[in-house]
Design a protein around this ligand. Structure first.
Ligand code: HEC
Length: 108
């Protein structure tokens, strides 16, 4: 019984965690990516979850490659700040990916 209760609690906490991460990722997007990309919801929806995971894997090397010619973007993608936030950004993109089934609010 105890383990049953603790597993319910951990699932609950995990849910809160993911929610918080998506929110942090969205905030980071607004601050750092939106200048060039406008709607984060639209960008999220332009790729599937797998494609997002690919872009962010291997220290986001694919994402860096795409921004190769853009000095400002590259500077951010190579920063310590991005290193810390990329997990949240990925959670945000996965949440609203093309195959996620989630439709963000128009204001996102
Ligand atoms: C200084 C401007 C700038 C910033 C900041 C920037 N990007 Fe980009 N991004 C570009 C340009 C330019 C391209 C290439 C042109 C295009 O395909 O839209 C691009 C392309 C992309 C693509 C590929 C789009 C596609 O259709 O395949 C993705 C994904 C992307 N950016 C994600 C991000 C994310 C995530 C961030 C924030 C962490 C970010 N960008 C920040 C300028 C920027």
């Amino acid at each position: 019984m105890r383990s049953f209760i603790s597993s319910i609690i951990s699932v609950f906490l995990l849910g809160i965690n993911i929610h918080a991460s998506v929110y942090k990722g969205q905030k980071e997007y607004m601050k750092k990516c939106k200048v060039c990309h406008s709607s984060g919801a639209k960008l999220s929806k332009s790729k599937t979850m797998d494609e997002w995971i690919q872009l962010f894997s291997n220290n986001a090397s694919k994402l860096k490659k795409i921004h190769n010619k853009d000095k400002k973007a590259i500077k951010y993608l190579n920063s310590e700040r991005f290193k810390k936030k990329k997990k949240h950004l990925l959670d945000f993109f996965k949440k609203y990916a093309a195959d996620s089934g989630n439709v963000p609010a128009c204001s996102d």
